[in-house]
Design a protein around this ligand. Structure first.
Ligand code: CS2
Ligand code: MG
Length: 407
């Protein structure tokens, strides 16, 4: 007779080893612990409260093996559903339960998902530079580290602060400390005058092999995006990301009529239903939904399956505000998913690698989840406790005339 374990403890850890992370720890009567990632950059406490105040009481006593039933219970049982806070909370529970399932069966999660369909996962990382020389240097440093794919973000003449770029040329963390967002000034015209020349010059410098990516970060109108796409075709980008704000997906039809530049969208999406139009009308080439913000492994699998029917591939979100737990979960899914194309990997500061002891690894431009049972990431709770949460939030952006635009 199979005995069923039960969930006895649900704990939420908010820690800040250089930046804020929210972790979910589920413990069972058999003493098995599973970890989930509930980090939502700039809204961490909202997800921590949703988990602590609303989901944790529902989980106590449940059978941890019933991963899908728990997903359905938490999703369909929440009348006010979807959205980043709800789906990140559900995602954290899902990842933690897959972690437990792997540990109780002694299997890395990718084996439970059907086994590996590839040997390793292509990674892309961020190169930034305030000007072209600094950006080219940043790209070469990443190439020296073995990356085959690099996202290039440049400063824009006349602008003080630009998404994705730090003036110092060091790593870029968008969330500023404090409760009030930094206000950036944005000038689309200056950006459109500048970025095609920068990316074309980069392509001339690096040659044809390196996969080049660029993130427009939700800032253009459909017409501007169509013009930019056409202008960037000689740069042969691997993808142009988030060209327009994600709410109105039909506008991508206009852009698709004018340019063949590969498009990637979806990091701010949280369910398969938000991805449906983009995928079934093939308005994109890559879907960017992230395992922690889109309901966990169970739901990102659904998005991957729909995308596969339409030959859309996965390129999940994975910047520094996705913890090593979610990165590990994404890699298990990536190893076992045929249409998984590339994983974003910004890397982490050394202290983060100390707090999060992970089986996943980077080598030679690729990532692998490792073969530890479960997700393969354990948290040094004592070290995490020494770095308490610090208020931080993402910037906002205003146009030159002072009106709000999309950051
Ligand atoms: C960006 C993110 O990596 C990306 O593609 O869009 O870094 C995004 O700006 C942050 O996740 C926001 O917290
Ligand atoms: Mg992005």
């Amino acid at each position: 007779m199979t005995t069923t374990d039960t969930i006895t403890d649900v704990d939420i850890l908010v820690t800040s080893p250089g930046r804020n992370f929210v972790l979910l720890k589920i413990t069972t009567a058999d003493g098995v612990t599973g970890w989930g990632d509930a980090t939502l950059n700039g809204r961490e406490l909202a997800v921590a409260s949703y988990l602590r105040d609303h989901l944790a009481p529902l989980l106590i006593g449940r059978d941890p093996a019933r991963v899908e039933d728990t997903w359905q219970y938490l999703y369909r049982g929440a009348y006010w559903r979807r959205g980043p806070v709800t789906m990140t909370a559900i995602g954290a529970v899902d990842i933690a339960l897959w972690d437990i399932k792997g540990k109780t069966t002694g299997q890395p999660v990718y084996q439970l998902l059907g086994g590996a369909v590839r040997d390793r996962i292509l990674a892309y990382t961020h190169a930034t530079g305030w000007d072209l020389p600094q950006l080219l240097e940043s790209i070469e440093i990443r190439r020296d580290r073995g990356f085959r794919a690099v996202r290039a973000q440049s400063g824009v003449p006349g602008l003080e602060l630009v998404y994705g770029v730090s003036r110092s040329g060091t790593g870029y963390e968008p969330a500023g400390r404090g409760a009030a967002p930094v206000e950036e000034t944005w000038d689309t015209d200056a950006y459109l005058r500048h970025i095609p020349r920068v990316l074309t010059r980069i392509r001339e410098h690096v040659g044809p092999e390196l996969k080049l990516l660029h993130d427009t970060h939700h800032r253009l109108t459909p017409g501007e995006a169509a013009r930019l796409g056409r202008a960037l075709e000689p740069a042969d980008l691997f993808w142009l990301e988030d060209v327009t704000p994600a709410e109105n997906q039909e506008v991508l039809r206009h852009i698709r009529r004018h340019t063949t530049v590969p498009l990637a969208i979806g990091e701010v999406f949280n369910t398969v239903w938000e991805c449906q139009t983009l995928i079934t009308e093939q308005l994109i080439d890559y879907i960017r939904t992230c395992v922690s913000h889109a309901g966990g492994i169970s739901h990102l699998r659904r998005i991957a399956t729909l995308a596969d029917l339409w030959q859309v591939r996965l390129g999940p979100h994975g910047p520094s505000d996705i913890s090593p737990v979610a990165l590990g979960a994404s890699l298990h899914l990536g190893l076992a998913t045929p249409n998984f194309a590339i994983q974003e990997y910004m890397g982490y500061e050394p202290l983060v690698h100390e707090v999060f002891r992970h089986a996943w690894s980077y080598a030679d431009g690729h990532l692998h989840p490792g073969d530890a049972p479960g997700i393969g990431v354990e948290i040094d709770e004592e070290l995490a406790a020494r770095h308490p949460y610090e208020p931080a939030c993402l910037p906002v952006a205003r146009r030159l005339d002072g009106s709000m635009t999309d950051w």
